[in-house]
Design a protein around this ligand. Sequence first.
Ligand SMILES: Cc1ncc(COP(=O)(O)O)c(C=O)c1O
Ligand SMILES: N[C@@H](CCCC[NH3+])C(=O)O
Length: 441
Amino acid sequence: MHLYGTAEINKSGHLEIGGKDTIELVEKYGTPLYVYDVALIRKRARAFKQTFEKLGIKAQVAYASKAFSTIAMLQLIKEEGLSLDVVSGGELFTALKADFPVEKIHFHGNNKSEDELVMALEHRVGCIVVDNFHELHMLHHLCQERQQVVNILIRVTPGIEAHTHDYILTGQEDSKFGFDLQNGQAETALQLAVESKFLNVLGLHCHIGSQIFETTGFILAAKKILEKMAEWQTSLGFTPKVLNLGGGFGIRYTDEDTPLDPAHYVEEMIQEVRKATTRLSLPMPEIWIEPGRSLVADAGTTLYSIGSSKEVPNIRKYVAVDGGMTDNLRPALYDAKYEAILANRANEEPKDLVSIAGKCCESGDMLIWDLSLPDVGTNDILAVFCTGAYGYSMANNYNRIPRPPVVFVENGHDQLVVQRETYEDLLRLDLPFTEKTQHTS
Ligand SMILES: Cc1ncc(COP(=O)(O)O)c(C=O)c1O
Ligand SMILES: N[C@@H](CCCC[NH3+])C(=O)O
């Protein structure tokens, strides 16, 4: 059994996180329930920041809030002094409600609407990461109308095939994101941006993918971009000050995963950037990164109640929980693997090989295939580890299932930071079908 952060098994044989007995949390808040180990989030945030500080590098560590965006989470990130990456008006709105310092917000997205750009300009976000020509023109015109100058990064696709699931690859040539580095699009975009007196180009951005376990991809991407920067120093007479190498640092979900230490990713990247800038006679840029998963994934645990089970003789035993693809879409979407234990009988030896099913009307709604557990029965509590990133943030209401609440735990204290959705909440936006609608349509 691999325990993360402050998790331990207490004297009652219960899983404890942040000094709180998870079975007591279940009694208080019900299931399904997301529990976040705040101390572990702080530890990860500090590890990234301190590595840059130790290396004496000017840097920004921006939390990619798509991984888990709620007011409390962003307040925690603010407390830890990180910057913030948002990718939509909704994420920006959450950041504003969390009173996040606007100058530390970076606004991403491959199809930002005019309204979203205006929102970003009105609130004077720290920078906008421009993704395509449509956005570049729109942003220039909006700034011209408003007579406002905005800081931007240009997002480039360096043509790197990182080793990860196809759906979470983003730095390859055939991608919906960014300006291609090889075919001249990135240079054209940079030239247009530099010529605009309303766009202040801070630098370049790339993100090669997610859940990456090696530094090769990041290093290759950085080298390719720096080589182009050296060319552009001559052709455009412009040298960006910032190099944003994105997020994507992998974490351990199961034994199969072999992530590096956060510090390791950063140290190797910096070493290579230093070498390349010296070789290419470029000034050392400010390095920005955007970790999402690696800051929050292993700090999150989902607690479920076990309900029904079904034995298929000589094949398998299905054990169903009171959640599933509605609170964790990743197994269905990416075939993602998770580990889990019985939170109420954490010391007991595994006896059963079972497969954990969700409660949605969908055969693909399986959370874990072939998991070893003690002889599991109704009302046992299953704790699925590492659900802190892209769990709550990709949760949905399929089958009209309300989303679970979120609890933060730290030093023996628990705090509800997102309430459980109710059936009433689900109907909040529904309007009745009226006779008038029928006649006029
Ligand atoms: C542009 C960008 N930055 C940062 C991230 C965060 O990635 P991760 O959660 O893998 O660190 C993503 C998601 O993959 C992304 O698309
Ligand atoms: N949602 C993905 C990763 C995010 C991709 C963002 N560019 C996952 O759960 O792994």
